[in-house]
Write a protein of this length. Structure first.
Length: 390
C-alpha cells in the first residue's frame, strides 16, 4: 500500500529514484538538476551500486547539504537489484526515475505531476529530450519517440513501447500492480512499459524536459556482444507481452536466467542459455525477431555484424521473409539491403555473402538502385506496390 504524503501546500511528495555506479564525472551536475526543480516536495533516494570511484564521497556531501536526499549503499549487482533496493525507501504516490549522468530541466517534475493529476486514466508519463555527449554538448535535436499506443509485439522486430526512462514518472499503485522491475538485462524499462500498458495510458509530453547523455562506452554501444544481448532481451520481453495478450502463462524472470545467460557470446548462445523455456511454437518467431532487432541495431550502433551473426540472420530472417506480413516484409527487405550495402562498402564480403546467400548480387543491385533513385520516385513506387498488394 502506498502512502500519499502531502506537503503543507497540499502537493504530494514525489519519490525520485536514482542509481549510481562510478558516476563521479557527472554526478554533481545531474543531482543538482533534481535538487533545483520548481517542484520541491521530493524524497530523493540514491542507490550507490558499489561504486569504486569518488561517487560515494560526493553522495555523502550531497546528502549532508539537503535533507531530501537519502543515500543507500550496496555491493555492485546491477541496475535491477539497485532499483529494487531503492524502491524499499520509496512509498509515495508518484515515482520518478532519473539516471546519474543525465539532466532534468527545472519544470520536469512539476509538469509531470500536473499531467498525472489532471489525467487519471494515464499511469505513466515521460517527455521529449535532447541527447548530449559526456562534455554536455548537444549531439541531437529534439527526440520524441512514437506514441506508446503503437507498440506491437507481433511486429518483426517488436515495436516496443518507449518512454525515456531517465525522465519517467509513474503512479506507484500501477507500478506495484504490475510487479515493478523484473530481472532482465538492458530491457527492464521496456518490460515495465509492456506491463503498464495493460493498465492505462502512457504519455510523452511534447516539450523537451531533459537531456540524455550518450556514453560511447555504455552497454548499448560497447560491442557486438552487447548488441546481441540488447536484441535478445528486447525481443524476449516482447515475447512475454505476447503471452499475456494471448492469455498464455508468462515466463519467469529471475536471477537463474540472468546467471545462465551471462556467459553468452553468440546469437546461438543466447538462444541456448536464455530461451530454454520458449514453447515450440514460439522458437522460430523469436529467432526471426531476434535477428531483425540485431540487424536494426547495427544500422546505427558503433559495431558491425560478424559472419556468425549473418549466417544466423540469413537462416532465420532472410530465408523466412515470406512468412512475414507484406508491409513489415518491405521494411525488413530495406534493412537487409542497407546492411548488405554497408558491409560491401567496408569490404566485409564474407559477412555480406553470409547475410544474403547466393542472392547477394540482386540484393546489392536493389540497394544501389534505391540509393540513387529520387526519393519522390521511390515513395510513389512504394505506395503503388503497397496498394497493389492490398
Amino acid at each position: 500500500m502506498t502512502i500519499d504524503n502531502m506537503s503543507d501546500s497540499g502537493s504530494p511528495t514525489v519519490d525520485v529514484l536514482i542509481t549510481v555506479f562510478n558516476g563521479e564525472k557527472t554526478l554533481s551536475k545531474s543531482i543538482d538538476s533534481i535538487l533545483n526543480q520548481t517542484y520541491s516536495n521530493l524524497n530523493i533516494v540514491i542507490v550507490d551500486d558499489g561504486s569504486t570511484d569518488k561517487s560515494r564521497e560526493l553522495l555523502k556531501d550531497i546528502s549532508a547539504k539537503d535533507h531530501r536526499v537519502q543515500v543507500v549503499e550496496k555491493a555492485h549487482s546491477g541496475i535491477v537489484d539497485s532499483l529494487n533496493t531503492g524502491l524499499e525507501f520509496c512509498k509515495n504516490q508518484f515515482l520518478a526515475r532519473f539516471d546519474s549522468d543525465d539532466i532534468s530541466f527545472p519544470t520536469r517534475i512539476e509538469r509531470q505531476v500536473s499531467f498525472l493529476q489532471n489525467n487519471p486514466e494515464y499511469v505513466a508519463v515521460s517527455s521529449a529530450f535532447v541527447t548530449i555527449d559526456q562534455a554536455g554538448n548537444p549531439i541531437s535535436g529534439k527526440n520524441k519517440h512514437p506514441d506508446v499506443s503503437l507498440a506491437d509485439p507481433e511486429w518483426v522486430p517488436a515495436k516496443e513501447p518507449f518512454l525515456m526512462q531517465t525522465l519517467l514518472m509513474v503512479r506507484r499503485s500501477a507500478f506495484d500492480s504490475v510487479g515493478g522491475y523484473r530481472f532482465c538485462e538492458v530491457s527492464e524499462d521496456s518490460d515495465l512499459y509492456w506491463r503498464l500498458s495493460q493498465l492505462g495510458g502512457m504519455h510523452i509530453i511534447d516539450d523537451v524536459l531533459g537531456q540524455y547523455t550518450y556514453n560511447p562506452d555504455g552497454v548499448s554501444s560497447k560491442s557486438i556482444v552487447n548488441g546481441r544481448r540488447m536484441s535478445f532481451w528486447s525481443q524476449f520481453v516482447a515475447t512475454s507481452a505476447r503471452r499475456r495478450r494471448n492469455n498464455v502463462q508468462d515466463m519467469v524472470f529471475d536471477k537463474k536466467r540472468l546467471d545462465s545467460i551471462g556467459p553468452a557470446k553468440s546469437m546461438q548462445d543466447f538462444m541456448d542459455f536464455g530461451a530454454y523455456d520458449l514453447m515450440p511454437n514460439e522458437i522460430q518467431f523469436f529467432k526471426t525477431t531476434f535477428s531483425a532487432k540485431l540487424l536494426q541495431l547495427t544500422s546505427y550502433r558503433p559495431y558491425e555484424l560478424e559472419v556468425e551473426d549473418c549466417e544466423f540472420i540469413n537462416l532465420n530472417l532472410v530465408k523466412r521473409l515470406n512468412d512475414i506480413s507484406y508491409v513489415n516484409r518491405w521494411i525488413l527487405k530495406r534493412d537487409i539491403e542497407k546492411a548488405a550495402l554497408r558491409l560491401f562498402s567496408k569490404f566485409r564480403l564474407r559477412e555480406m555473402i553470409a547475410l544474403c546467400g547466393i542472392s547477394f548480387p540482386f540484393v546489392l543491385m536493389s540497394a544501389f538502385a534505391k540509393k540513387v533513385l529520387p526519393t519522390s520516385f521511390k515513395n510513389k513506387l512504394k505506395a503503388l506496390f503497397i496498394h497493389y498488394k492490398k
